[in-house]
Design a protein around this ligand. Structure first.
Ligand code: Z5A
Ligand code: MG
Length: 227
């Protein structure tokens, strides 16, 4: 029997603002690398590209854009990285990603754009093997450094974003690919919990790379949930 080729796992860290995504992703990267795993950390929006610079200017309220236009820019910012994500995974590199399409969906739907419209531009992107949603309470969020400086950092907006993340989680939940982690806990406790989920994927996976919101896959998951 020919040996099945393993590829790197694709792991996304998602959540509300100030939930500790960047802190935890950076620590996870260090932990993986010190365990000898070939791993790379990406973050979205990637503010370094031409598209990313437009997004950055919008987030800082230095420019105005139609809600749909900015949504499409966030998605384009992921698409410009998609082929490099895929080739890294195939080369055996574990990709950690600080925010991904779920933030795109959550923030734009929270503004009132239709949910299915918001999902459409990201259909076909590489799908994560695991998404870790850091769940922080509004009280903790307000206590953490820097909250309030950018466009969406307001309590009412964050509440609506939370509701959309819950909906996405319900739809993604089956099969353990979407895991909610209590991000109000101490940093070390959060890190311990994240590692519990990441470790089994650290050496790679034999699963083929899936696509985001693959309709057939989704039907299968929904039937697993309700039948
Ligand atoms: N957005 C969108 O609309 N559409 C999209 O498609 C995408 C994004 C991808 C900018 O994102 C905005 O873009 C964001 C969503 C929108 N809007 N908002 N609002 P960003 O990722 O660039 O945002 P950021 O500036 O990195 O902030 P953040 O992601 O919200 O923060 P974080 O990464 O989750 O948290 P942190 O930087 O790791 O920690 C924040 C502080 O809390 C820091 O002082 C830590 O030391 C502290 N911290 C962390 N963990 C703990 C614990 N456990 N206890 C106590 N204190 C802690
Ligand atoms: Mg961050």
């Amino acid at each position: 029997m020919p040996e099945v080729q393993k590829r790197g796992a694709f792991i996304v860290v998602e959540g509300l603002d100030r939930s500790g995504k960047s802190t935890q992703s950076t620590q996870l990267l260090e932990k993986l690398r010190s365990a000898g795993i070939d791993a790379k950390l990406l973050n979205f929006p990637d503010r370094t590209t031409t598209i990313g610079k437009m997004i950055d200017s919008y987030l800082r309220s230095e420019s105005e854009l139609d809600d749909r236009a900015i949504h499409l820019l966030f998605s384009a910012n992921r698409w410009e990285a998609a082929s490099s994500i895929e080739s890294s995974l195939r080369a055996g590199t574990l990709i950690l990603c600080d925010r991904y399409a779920f933030s795109g969906l959550a923030f734009s739907a929270a503004k009132g754009l239709p949910y299915t419209w918001c999902r459409a531009p990201d259909v076909g992107l590489p799908a994560p093997d695991l998404t870790l949603l850091l769940d922080v309470s509004p009280e903790q969020q307000a206590k953490r450094g820097g909250f309030g400086a950018e466009r969406y950092e307001k309590a009412e907006m964050q509440e609506r974003v939370r509701a959309v993340f819950e909906r996405v989680g319900d739809e993604m939940g089956a099969g353990g690919r979407w895991v909610v982690v209590d991000a109000d806990a101490e940093q070390d406790a959060v890190a311990y919990e994240l590692w519990r989920h990441v470790e089994p994927l650290a050496q790679g996976t034999e699963e083929p790379i899936r696509r985001l919101w693959d309709e057939e896959e989704e039907r299968r998951r929904v039937s697993e949930l309700y039948l």
